[in-house]
Design a protein around this ligand. Sequence first.
Ligand SMILES: NC(=O)c1ccc[n+]([C@@H]2O[C@H](COP(=O)([O-])OP(=O)(O)OC[C@H]3O[C@@H](n4cnc5c(N)ncnc54)[C@H](O)[C@@H]3O)[C@@H](O)[C@H]2O)c1
Ligand SMILES: O=C(O)C[C@H](O)C(=O)O
Ligand SMILES: [Mn+2]
Length: 539
Amino acid sequence: MTASILNDPFQNKGTAFTPEERHDLGLEGLLPPYVETLTQQTAQTYAQYQSKPTNQLKRQYLMTVFNENRILFYNLFSQHVAEFMPIVYDPTIADTIERYSHLYNAPQEAAFLSIDHPDDIQDSLKNAAAGRDIRLIVVTDAEGILGIGDWGTNGVAISIGKLMVYTAAAGIDPKQVLPVMLDAGTNNQQLLDDPLYLGNHHARITGSQYDDFVDQFVTSAEALFPNMYLHFEDFGRSHAAKILKKYQDKYTIFNDDIQGTGIIVLAAVLGALAISKQNLTDQTYLCFGAGSAGAGIAKRVYGEYLQAGLTPAEAKAHFYLVDKQGLLFDDDPTLTPEQKPFARKRSEFDHSETLTDLASAVAAVHPTILVGTSTQPGTFTEAIIKDMAAHTPRPIIMPLSNPTKLAEAKAEDLLKWTDGKALVATGIPTPDITLNGITYQIGQANNALVYPGLGLGVIAGKTTTLNAEMISAAAHSLGGLVDASKPGAAVLPPVTKLAQFSTTVAEAVVQSAVDQQLTKEPITDVKQAVADTRWTPKY
Ligand SMILES: NC(=O)c1ccc[n+]([C@@H]2O[C@H](COP(=O)([O-])OP(=O)(O)OC[C@H]3O[C@@H](n4cnc5c(N)ncnc54)[C@H](O)[C@@H]3O)[C@@H](O)[C@H]2O)c1
Ligand SMILES: O=C(O)C[C@H](O)C(=O)O
Ligand SMILES: [Mn+2]
């Protein structure tokens, strides 16, 4: 051992190295003499964090702690989960991604794979893993980062950030995770023109060369890490669902934007219906922005109508998708495969040619549930919301586009426009709102509330796949955690309890896998399997 241990974030304890360790590791004289406890280090870093004047500076400071000492970072993060989530993750992460190349100071143990060097994929993954037993990868190609678009190699920060939430929320061992960036080029001209941009300075490569690149990554990673759960994040609309379909029966994989968002929104809908005491099968669902997330959510909620006993045709009659062109009709040659099942017939309407925007669609179909994943800010206008609220006593409204600047509406406005009747969840965290003497808590319908627990379940259960039953079990385990009796109650459990309900979700997932006999090894005690898998930050 040499002093290099101080540069290994998985082993470094900094000022907490004991005199014996300093002697054995050859660290004498390399650290200030006083030996701190983890508690003291955590208090010192938290005070420094608090002294930073902006969210971006707070995040940059936290990332230096992350770079140096993972145990300290996660001890700090796990003590302040709700406070740190918007700093470490969405919305501050969006700003970090836009400025990544300019702020860059460390590769943060990510694997950077380039479409220009496919022969290096295997070695790159091995180098980044550095002998660690990798159980979880988050991979992005950054074509559709949140709603901010194509950010090329800068998007590696979303893989790193999603993994940080996995560990803080669900205790996934940080030594067992690997962030991966697939650089297939970028169509973001601002990056291509920027001499400091750290990714490939060429346009995105698509077609078979792109498909082969992804395939080489997937097959290499699966061969190198056979017990690994593979999470896809923020791929573009034309690739995300295709990749999921191609690999989901073969490997244990997950698309967060499609599946994770589907689970959290279904849970939020179930929570809202518990409050309004209404039935799901009486609802009319309108999706605004039918891309990866929008179509993924619609599919998950639709699955729930089938479980309730409706036929596919009966269930589909409750769903409407609106995208750029307006209400989606089945004669539209530009529909994606995911939109097609929900496209309507023109004959259902007297003047279908007029249904070319959200306002006309809302006026025509009177939705009771409105979910926004359009990336178009402010599109849930007062007029549209008032029209919706005129036809249903408790409209369920979820402006989910991230980050904050892209949300379809603010929760406060939705409550004001509906006189407190709307049951709202937002993609980013929203502070409590007081209106007419009632304090409303706003649930955060962000996939971060569910993917950590889901992943913990898959990893703890050593499941052979991730299927619709396991996904549905995850959604139901969350929907039951809402206090429906309290006026102003949120439709989802609060982020302050994220660590607790991640265990609930994980147990539901393992139980489902056990029931379906989809675990690689027999599991007799589900709770124990989950508890044994949870890592805690300590020296
Ligand atoms: N809260 C969450 O957990 C969560 C999860 C995933 C995605 N999102 C957000 O949802 C948004 C979409 O993400 P995605 O991955 O589905 O992207 P996407 O590109 O796959 O989908 C966006 C869709 O919106 C459509 N659109 C664009 N302009 C429109 C307009 N003027 N009117 C109607 N539709 C329009 C696009 O055609 C596309 O179909 C992003 O802002 C993202 O941050 C939120
Ligand atoms: O990253 C988030 O905050 C949620 C989601 O995956 C998104 O793409 O917006
Ligand atoms: Mn995403």
